[in-house]
Ligand binder design. Structure first.
Ligand code: FAD
Length: 565
């Protein structure tokens, strides 16, 4: 079966017509030159690179995988050549500032690039996937000296970067991190400790690797507020090997094209990025960028699975479809149409929301008006956890539905669909598990202001054009539920945690309803997807709210009686 091919026409329509991205971005002085033609040209070139250089390595990346020997990792055949072509072609630098060696293009073009790369080859894409976050982190928090040494290398992708957070005892709870960083007379630090699950911790793709490591200084208070961020390269500026050792790579369910490393830091030389004990603050820039990228992985993987299933359904004949007189193609069976149309609605709707988030990132960075920047901040803060959790959930479950289209042929390796299902599973886990995203949305972002920001986001959508009736209704229901949850949380603190997942999915469905109404107008063959959206997807909103209603009813039942007057 053929490899993934980007649907550039559909991507362009979502970006240029449904979102009107060129007009929005051109209103910013930074992107005055970025017109429709330029955007289209970049997308086409990106699509060609992805399809010709990266997609063909998908299968061998899975079957041959990464090899570990004597502390070194050999990447699957072809990976290094493709990566060298990638950075030399300027792709990692697409959205970095020209003064840092970048091309100064909008973040949304980078977002589309990473969606296509993830669809083509998730394992390979893990390597450059953290570059932009590392670049932003260093740009905003690094000292002049560190920037002079590392910023351009990271912007261009000549050197790859890692994000070293997780330790055996510290997963979701980074407050438990134990790695130590001891200050030295020359201003550097000695970093010691063990990090696990580090993507791209060791490899042969680039000549150096820049590790960004969360660690504790000797005078650090306990918990997350005592973490500092350090930069420790594999090779030091004098070309000596630093004390960073890869002890092994994990055997995994999927993603065999990406080495997941145990790294031992043994008195490794590092330098502080940002202020002491404010490491999480510096790291959040990187984690937020990475969360959008993981949402794009979910969308890309679902697209790759859908393309395979769609093509297979056009070839395979079994039984007669209702009303047919002879054996039918399986694409004519309503059961198969339902699967394909449903996943298509999730893909295109997710795209619109992810691309909008990337446009908002540029608004946040470049818009002259503070109120517009505030709206952009609100969008990114609320929609990023939704994209990360809802679209990685759908990436995995939807890819499994696409596997179903193949029957038994999907369960065997031949068609490559089982690899997508295995690879997609981890997106629900890393970069903050989906449970953590749900808590982030409801408990940290929505309830503290009584739902004001979320309400403002729906008001903003209403201000952009008439809202379909169901989006208005969903927005109103979410407001009302938020108010009741805030009230109930006052006497039942655990309640928001029980319903956080339902709340996050309900917000995702409301946003998808809005996105669908925008897309239906611009994609000529979207009728089946629109039908699926209305028939099988959006009714899930009622289910999610019903679950929350029941939880609330149980709590309200248990509420303390009002004090007698
Ligand atoms: C392939 C792969 C690549 C990775 N790449 C990197 C990397 O490059 N850098 C890096 O630092 N890490 C990386 N990780 C680690 C990843 O980020 C962690 O696995 C993840 O943060 C979860 O931590 P944990 O595995 O320790 O699970 P735990 O934190 O132990 O969680 C176990 C379960 O409990 C739930 N849980 C935990 N706390 C709460 C809570 N407060 N409320 C509700 N539920 C909770 C979780 O959602 C999960 O379901 C990678 C992991 C994998 C598998």
């Amino acid at each position: 079966m053929s490899d993934y091919q980007p649907r550039i026409d559909d991507i362009s329509r979502v970006l240029m017509e449904a979102l009107d991205a060129p007009a929005q971005l051109q209103s910013l002085p930074a992107f005055a030159e970025v017109d429709r033609d330029l955007m289209r040209q970049v997308l086409e070139e990106a699509g060609k690179f992805v399809a010709s250089e990266v997609a063909p390595l998908q299968r061998s990346g899975d079957e041959i995988g990464c090899r570990f020997e004597n502390g070194s990792v050999t990447m699957p055949p072809g990976s290094r050549a493709a990566y060298q072509a990638f950075w030399q072609g300027g792709w990692p630098a697409l959205a970095c500032a020209p003064e840092d060696g970048g091309q100064g293009l909008p973040a949304v073009l980078e977002a589309v690039l990473y969606e296509m790369l993830s669809a083509a080859n998730h394992g390979w894409t893990m390597a450059p996937g953290l570059l932009h976050g590392a670049y932003e982190c260093l740009k905003h928090h690094g000292s002049a000296e560190l920037k002079a040494r590392y910023l351009e290398k990271i912007a261009t992708g000549e050197w790859l970067a890692t994000m070293c957070l997780t330790e055996p005892q510290a997963g979701s709870d980074l407050g438990l991190v134990r790695t130590k960083a001891v200050p030295q007379a020359d201003g550097s630090y000695r970093v010691s400790g063990t990090k696990i699950f580090i993507s791209g911790g060791e490899h042969d793709l680039t000549d150096n690797i820049v590790h960004l490591v969360l660690a504790r200084l000797p005078d650090a208070p306990p918990g997350p507020k005592g973490l500092s961020l350090l930069l420790a390269p594999k090779f030091l500026p004098d070309s000596q090997r630093n004390g960073v050792h890869c002890e092994r790579i994990e055997e995994k369910m999927g993603l065999h094209g990406s080495p997941t490393c145990v790294l031992r830091f043994e008195e490794a030389t590092g330098w502080l990025v940002g202020e002491p004990h404010r490491g999480l603050n510096a790291m959040f820039v990187m984690m937020n960028a990475a969360r959008l990228h993981v949402g794009l992985q979910g969308i890309g993987l679902l697209e790759a699975a859908w393309q395979k299933a769609h093509a297979y359904a056009q070839e395979r004949r079994q039984m007669r479809a209702p009303g047919a007189t002879q054996t039918s193609l399986i694409q004519d069976h309503p059961a198969i149409q339902r699967i394909l149309a449903t996943q298509r609605a999730w893909i295109d709707g997710g795209r619109l929301l992810a691309y909008r988030t990337a446009v908002e990132l540029d608004m946040l960075k470049h818009h002259p008006d503070a109120a517009r920047r505030e709206a952009a901040q609100r969008w990114c803060s609320l929609v990023t956890p939704v994209l990360k959790a809802v679209w990685t959930h759908q990436g995995f479950y939807g890819a499994s539905e696409c596997l179903q289209v193949f029957g038994g042929h999907g369960y065997v390796r031949e068609w490559g669909i089982e690899q997508i299902v295995r690879d997609a599973r981890v997106t629900m886990i890393y970069e903050g598990t989906n449970e953590i995203q749900a808590i982030d949305l409801l408990v940290r972002k929505v309830l503290p202001d009584g739902g004001e920001a979320l309400g403002a986001l729906f008001d903003e959508l209403a201000g952009e054009g008439p809202l379909p009736a169901e989006v208005q209704q969903y927005g109103a229901q979410l407001r009302q539920l938020t108010a009741r949850l805030a009230q109930a949380a006052a006497y039942r603190q655990d309640l928001p945690y029980w319903v956080a997942d339902d709340f996050l999915h309900a917000v995702g469905l409301a946003l998808l309803a809005w996105a669908g109404s925008r897309i239906a107008a611009v994609l000529p063959d979207w009728q089946a997807a629109e039908h699926a959206l209305q028939t099988w997807i959006l009714p899930q909103f009622a289910l999610r709210t019903q679950i929350m209603e029941r939880q609330l009813a149980a709590s309200e039942h248990a509420a303390p009686a009002p004090a007698a007057a």
